[in-house]
Write a protein that binds this ligand. Structure first.
Ligand SMILES: Cc1cc2nc3c(=O)[nH]c(=O)nc-3n(C[C@H](O)[C@H](O)[C@H](O)COP(=O)(O)O)c2cc1C
Length: 325
């Protein structure tokens, strides 16, 4: 399947693996790229730019296909060494960067100078248009269903994607709630040039996370995510657990008086405990509503092959068949 995204990224299938904290290591990124999609290493999971350089080199050892790096711009005062991370990306010969969290304008000239494509992930048409106007090559449009940070506008993909298609000239991929061939075909129908998956890729053999995480996603239904940190305007969709329910109780109790300090026990330093140690109640960790559609733990290759095979059947048989009958 050829789309503006497969052409832009030099990949076989229009499937991208979104950056995921403490999930997007070289093992997963390489597996996705080897399967014909675009794997993405999560930049900030690497403690230093030197660690990121090493992770990029490890990924290069595992695949000769293109892969990308996610750069998340965090809303914090003590910013990570972004210039160092960008340099590691350039020196590592990475050709696609997924930016998220904030406007990447500051970094675009340098990335463009090195022929690096920038896919900015955003949750509103307004932000997508901004990304287009500053020169991003594509956007990843993340609907309200998504695991992670859905923003504050709460527009689900059934509306957000066609709205993006109405307004944008640059290509976009659908993100949030994507799990299978139905997601891909529906996204294409709504004007997207491919799809970005987060949660679905965690429940794969190659995802280098604790087995407990994969089993938690398998056990979860579409009813089991919660929105936390809404009062701080830093909303995150997470899988519910004891810590999340405690956090939500604090939010109800403290109302608009709440500050980050009040909830830091439930949100700070959680990812390594969950993803590496399998301590599922350690705190709040991102997970999409799409967990309700995840029923197995295939290899990445099996997952991607199944999506592309079923998409072909959906298009050639079900959709064309509706017209022919
Ligand atoms: C565990 C987890 C960690 C994530 N970490 C990041 C991150 O560090 N940076 C980022 O831009 N997006 C992050 N995301 C969001 C994903 O890249 C992607 O946009 C989202 O998962 C799409 O929604 P889905 O889970 O319904 O597929 C994370 C998502 C999950 C599930």
């Amino acid at each position: 399947m050829k789309t503006r995204i497969t052409e832009m990224c030099g990949i076989r299938h229009p499937i991208i693996q979104g950056g995921m904290h403490f999930v997007g290591f070289a093992e997963l990124a390489a597996a996705v790229s080897n399967a014909g999609g675009l794997g993405i290493i999560t930049g900030l999971t690497q403690r230093t730019p030197a660690d990121l350089a090493n992770e990029i080199a490890r990924c290069r050892d595992m695949t000769d296909k293109p892969f990308g790096v996610n750069l998340t711009f965090l809303p914090i005062v003590n910013a990570p060494d972004y210039p160092g991370y960008v340099q590691a990306i350039i020196d590592g010969g990475v050709k696609v960067v997924e930016t998220a969290g904030n406007n990447p304008a500051k970094w675009l000239p340098l990335l463009k100078e090195h022929d690096i494509k920038v896919i900015h992930k955003c949750t509103t048409v307004r932000h997508a248009l901004k990304a287009q106007s500053i020169g991003c090559d594509a956007v990843s449009v993340d609907g309200f269903e998504c695991g992670g940070h859905p923003g504050e506008d709460d527009i689900p993909n059934m509306i957000l994607l066609p709205r993006a298609a109405e307004e944008l000239e640059i290509p976009f991929v659908a993100s949030g709630g994507m799990a299978d061939a139905r997601s891909l075909v529906a996204s294409l129908a709504m004007g997207a040039e491919g799809m970005n998956m987060g949660t679905r890729f965690i429940a794969t053999q190659e995802a280098p996370v604790h087995e407990n995480v994969k089993q938690a996603i398998l056990a979860a239904t579409e009813l089991d995510t919660r929105l936390v940190m809404r009062p701080l305007r830093n909303t995150e969709r997470v899988l519910t657990n004891a810590a999340v329910e405690r956090l939500l109780a604090k939010e109800r109790e403290l109302g608009s008086e709440i500050s980050f300090d009040d909830i830091k026990d439930e949100v700070a330093g959680v990812y390594p405990k969950v993803m590496l140690d399998g301590d599922m109640d350690a705190g709040a960790w991102s997970c999409g509503m799409v967990a309700g559609l995840i029923h197995d733990i295939p290899t990445v290759q099996e997952l991607v092959d199944r999506i592309m095979r079923d998409a072909e059947t959906l298009i050639r048989q079900r959709l064309t068949g509706l017209l022919d009958s």
